[in-house]
Design a protein around this ligand. Structure first.
Ligand code: BV8
Ligand code: ZN
Length: 253
């Protein structure tokens, strides 16, 4: 892998870094074969998020919403972590403090071996009762009923345990993510268009608190101008190279 050109001051900041946060969006799972939301071939290309990823949509046509998430569940279950997920997971054991803060619900970071993960938008791997909050594995719920949301013993409908538009992010998870963004000295934003809040606001929080911001995204985002280092490449290629560079900077006395 050819070395990446970085300035002496960036190399020095990387060498001294102790707390890394990997902030990821749908782009990190693109090379695992999962569609992103926006951009070519995105999930929102032929559908509108309001039609599928909101409580109103679920109330209006629960079967359509359920079937769409059952399809996404099978897609995610059939996908494999890619070199970006794997590099981030391997880094966790080698760096003083490293954390994944993901907007993704596909469960691939965990399957890649990452242990320290904050899932801001919940998870597709579990279903939860829309009325009482009871949880069960999504695979079991989909196996029980593929075309319509199964009923909970309380009478409510099961739904994917994700955060829909207009729903609050889990308060404790968001508070932890906010604190970690403030304490990070290395904040790596990977595969996110940076348009969904409050998640995207974490990039600004980290930058304002003084973190070195690195962005991995083939396309520019609203945060590209804040990045000290930008890889305009697919994550599967760029993330292993970035982590090699970080290791190299840290090994220099
Ligand atoms: C809330 C889970 C309040 C479900 C998701 C106006 C202004 C500001 C905010 C708002 C507003 N109007 C409404 C809001 C609020 C809204 C919001 O931000 N809307 C946006 C669209 C304007 N936010 C909310 O509603 C949030 N809740 O605010 O609640 C509240 C408070 C208290 C009490 C009650 C309510 C909830 C947001 C969470 C919604 N749920 N997902 C599901 O997955 O189905 S969001 C959805 O978008 C996904 O989670 C996804 O992760 C997230 C962000 O998308 P990205 O991950 O960035 O994916 P995207 O496709 O956009 O981009 C992919 C990127 O990858 C691209 O840049 C591409 O270039 C790049 N890429 C492609 N290939 C590769 C690659 N990169 C690297 N390698 C590659 N190979
Ligand atoms: Zn229930």
């Amino acid at each position: 892998m050819e070395a990446i050109e970085i300035s002496p001051e960036v190399a020095e900041r990387i060498r001294r870094a102790r707390r890394a946060v990997f902030f990821t969006g749908a782009g990190v799972s693109r090379e695992s074969g999962l569609a992103t939301f926006r951009g070519d071939g995105g999930l929102w290309e032929s559908r509108r998020p309001e039609e599928l990823a909101t409580p109103q949509a679920f109330a209006r046509h629960p079967d359509t919403v359920w079937r769409w998430y059952a399809w996404r569940f099978h897609q995610a279950a059939a996908a494999e972590p890619n070199p970006a997920h794997l590099a981030i997971a391997s880094f966790e054991g080698r760096f003083p403090s490293s954390l994944v803060v993901t907007q993704n619900v596909d469960g691939l970071h965990r399957r890649a071996g990452s242990q320290r993960i904050l899932e801001l938008h919940g998870t597709l791997v579990e279903a939860t009762c829309h009325s009482c909050g009871r949880r069960r594995p999504m695979g079991e719920a989909v196996a029980q009923s593929a075309d319509a949301p199964p009923r909970c013993p309380c009478g409510g409908l099961f739904r994917p345990a994700v955060v829909w538009f207009g729903e609050a992010l889990p308060p404790a998870v968001l508070a932890d993510a906010h604190e970690e963004a403030q304490r990070a000295d290395l904040f790596v934003s990977i595969g996110t268009s940076g348009v969904v809040y409050p998640a995207a606001g974490l990039i600004e929080v980290a930058h304002r608190a003084g973190a070195l911001l690195v962005e991995v995204n083939p396309e520019p985002t609203p945060f590209s101008s804040l990045a000290a280092l930008r890889f305009a490449e697919p994550a599967g290629l760029a993330v292993p190279r970035l982590l090699e560079t970080i290791e190299r900077c840290r090994s220099q006395a």
